[in-house]
Design a protein around this ligand. Structure first.
Ligand SMILES: *Cc1c(COP(=O)(O)O)cnc(C)c1O
Length: 239
């Protein structure tokens, strides 16, 4: 890894942190109120190692085989926390249950049940965000808002899972006000779950990406998922 790579990544990570800090300040929220999840899909392990050396601990991956290969090469990175954020098929749940600390993309009971049954006891509960199809887009991932309370109730009854909150990827929008609207609806959905399940450990709104971090933080994001802003553009051919 060249020093140039180090410098560029160090600068973009510092810029991403400053952007998050500015967004929190602009929203009148404390500086520790939200943290950065570095989305490293398609990016090399050298970049993840470099970000870790700069103090980054939470990393998000979308593809199970790619993630497992990277984890194997990065076993020495103490305190690293792996988040699975991509679409999850039934035949991959065991690997995810065994190799991740968080899953942000649970959107149906069958997947939750498998993760619960397959989570190794010695790892403790798997932290879960339910992915909501907040813009109600046909054929997109995520549970519809109307079905969210039942799914939340089901997951709360699964002892190897810990329901932490909600995740969404809204339909793209340019205007800040248009960006904020779906994030506000996700926050309101979490508020309703709080009322309905007052003892649940619901402390997480996983929302905001490189293009809409500010809008998400203004509406209460606690975990922003940044890929491009930290690691640079992804190769179009590599998804
Ligand atoms: C790729 C991805 C991100 C990061 O997107 P950027 O626009 O590169 O910041 C965040 N969340 C999910 C679920 C993703 O798949």
């Amino acid at each position: 890894m060249s020093n140039t790579t180090n410098l560029i990544l160090g600068e973009s990570l510092a810029a991403a942190r400053a952007r998050l800090a500015d967004a929190l300040a602009a929203a009148g929220r404390p500086a520790e109120d939200a943290r950065l999840l570095a989305v490293s899909k398609t990016k090399p392990v050298a970049m993840i190692r470099e970000a870790w050396q700069q103090g980054q601990r939470d990393f998000g991956e979308n593809y199970v085989q790619e993630a497992l290969a990277k984890q194997g090469e990065l076993k020495d990175l103490e305190g690293i926390v792996w988040h699975f954020i991509g679409p999850l098929q039934s035949n991959k749940t065991r690997e995810v249950a065994e190799h991740f600390a968080w899953v942000h993309s649970v959107d149906r009971e069958k997947i939750a049940r498998r993760l619960n049954d397959q989570r190794p006891a010695e790892l403790g509960p798997l932290d879960i965000c339910l992915q909501v199809n907040i813009s109600a887009e046909p054929s997109k991932s995520g549970v519809m808002l109307e079905e969210l309370p039942d799914l939340a109730a089901a997951v709360l009854a699964m002892p190897a899972l810990r329901l932490r909150g909600l995740m969404a990827i809204p339909a793209p929008a340019e205007e800040p006000s248009a960006q904020r609207e779906p994030f506000a609806r996700l926050r309101q959905a979490l508020d309703r779950l709080h009322k309905r399940f007052p003892d649940a450990p619901l402390d997480t709104l996983s929302m905001g990406m490189s293009a809409d971090l500010e809008a998400a933080v203004a509406e209460g994001a606690t975990l922003v998922r940044l890929g491009t802003a930290i690691f640079g553009e992804r190769d179009a051919a590599s998804r």
